[in-house]
Design a protein around this ligand. Structure first.
Ligand SMILES: [Zn+2]
Length: 493
């Protein structure tokens, strides 16, 4: 029996605004799509929060035994500066300002994005498709929408006809926006727009002469609208109807609203069963902004090279801190809050590292199975990681009591306890045991120091052959010895 068969997972669906029992389209399989980054600048901490939460969703679904296809795209074309389909393409603008090719911008910031995610121990998605890799499919989808009479061409650009769609569809179903409000909230740019109505959105934009990123199409040399790629790539890899679609709450409108309209027009069915949205992130209780200096890059947290947190924090501590808040609440990043998390994280890891040393007893003084059920219940209740963490701290309390001889577990209970703690801490939350890693590097230093001492003795005995052999063999392992006035030191390359 798979774990998912004995767990009743509930998911808060942004569409119905309620927690619903999770039932995948195909038994045992989950299709999940998360809107990825527009790669025109360094990975943003707010986005990292979103992706980190969906990493935990992915990890928990895998832990429950589901076969998960997780698709997270890379937007490398088509994302304009504002939501009114005007302004420059963000990547093209960066390329112009830095005097490099757009694809150099894309490459640089895709590498940065992957570097950040690796540092923070993310599992890679099953598929990471790009917008530029799916131009043909996007053109096909535009043709399909035009054939259904819901898009029109003006001067080489193609727009989705929101009013027409709304005759049978429901634009605003996700964000709760009324179409009249949408008109009010959309800026018309001094009559420059080709749109019939201001709430219509671009499926294809004709490129002007200076626009470098362009592809031929039946309408013009141009580029696809931003919302289109996600409809194309989600349905291409997950089917017309799939299980989970995620993203930051700022994407609800217009991005996800437009996605629903496009996909529904083509397939005739609502594309997504469960919409999930993460809340925003603040830094020192304020919105992050480069212009005010209240800003930090994810990798600067790890290096400590920043003026906002006071010191460096490990990736696992940052993960732990993120998971102490519910994903639907605002998360306030600050040095003090991270420092508190660091202490909690250290206590947790000390307890985890003590598990191997516990010896089984004839009796159990606490109910391991009921504790384990509580952990699952927390995650089953819309991935409630802060409650899971509170249960992990009950486990810490019990481990410490065992240490003091005040509590005990039978061999069977100890086995369940140990396996469950490891599963939730490492497999599900994705935390890293830096303490054991630290111990290993201490051990390595100890071994190298010992060899340095042996080499010193060899040199004192004028055994140059042995002295050189120690140096050369260490160098072959990328450990370089440096002889100086104060003795020999080493560096690991
Ligand atoms: Zn998207």
């Amino acid at each position: 029996m798979k774990l998912y068969e004995e767990n009743q997972l509930k998911v808060y669906n942004s569409l119905s605004k309620s927690k619903e029992l999770f039932k995948p389209v195909n038994d045992g399989y989950v299709g999940m799509y998360v809107c990825g980054p527009t790669v025109y600048s360094n990975a943003h901490l707010g986005n990292v929060r979103t992706f980190m939460f969906f990493d935990v969703v992915y990890r928990y679904l895998l832990h429950l035994g589901y076969k998960v296809r997780y698709v997270r795209n890379i937007t490398d074309a088509g994302h304009l500066e504002n939501d009114a389909d005007e302004g420059e393409d963000r990547i093209a603008k960066k390329a112009r300002l830095e005097k490099i090719e757009p694809m150099e911008v894309v490459q640089r910031y895709t590498v940065d994005f992957h570097d950040v995610l690796k540092n923070y121990n993310f599992l890679p998605p099953s598929i990471e498709p790009t917008a530029t890799g799916h131009i043909v499919e996007q053109i096909e989808m535009i043709k399909e929408i035009m054939e259904k009479g819901l898009a029109y061409e003006v001067n080489g650009s193609v727009y989705f006809d929101v009013l027409k769609y709304n005759e049978t569809g429901n634009y605003g179903i996700l964000s709760g926006r009324k179409i009249e409000d949408a008109i009010h909230n959309t800026r018309t740019l001094d009559g420059q727009s080709d749109k019939k109505n201001p709430q219509d959105f671009a499926l294809w934009k004709k490129a002007d002469e200076r626009h470098i990123m362009r592809w031929p199409s039946p309408w013009s040399d141009g580029f696809p609208g931003w919302h289109l790629e996600c409809s194309v790539m989600s349905t291409k890899y997950l089917g017309e109807k799939f299980d989970i679609h995620g993203g930051g709450m700022d994407l609800k409108f217009p991005h996800h609203e437009c996605e629903i309209a496009q996909s529904q027009t083509c397939s005739g069915v609502t594309p997504v069963n469960y919409w999930m949205h993460t809340n925003m992130l603040l830094l020192n209780s304020q919105k992050m902004a480069k212009s005010t200096g209240n800003f930090i890059l994810p990798n600067e947290i790890l290096s400590g090279e920043n003026n906002v947190l006071g010191k460096a924090f490990s990736a696992s501590v940052v993960r732990f801190f993120n998971m102490q808040a519910n994903y639907r609440s605002i998360l306030d990043f600050s040095g003090d809050a991270l420092e508190a998390s660091e202490k909690g994280h250290s206590k947790l890891m000390d307890a985890v590292n003590y598990l191997d040393k516990i010896e089984a007893n004839k009796t159990s003084t606490f109910d391991v199975n009921s504790w384990k059920d509580d952990c699952y219940a927390a995650m089953n209740y819309d991935f409630n990681t802060p409650v899971l963490i509170s249960h992990l701290f009950e486990a810490v309390k019990n481990i410490n009591q065992i240490k003091e001889g005040k509590a005990s577990l039978t061999a069977d209970d100890l086995n369940v306890f140990s396996k469950s703690i490891n599963a939730f801490v490492f497999d599900v939350l994705g935390l890293m045991n830096e303490k054991t890693e630290g111990n290993n590097s201490d051990k390595l230093s100890g071994v190298v120091d010992m060899l340095i001492q042996m080499r010193k003795e060899a040199r004192e005995n004028k055994d140059w052959a042995l002295s050189d052999e120690i140096r050369d063999k260490l160098l072959a392992l990328d450990i370089q010895l440096k002889d100086g006035k104060d003795g020999t030191s080493f560096s690991i390359n």
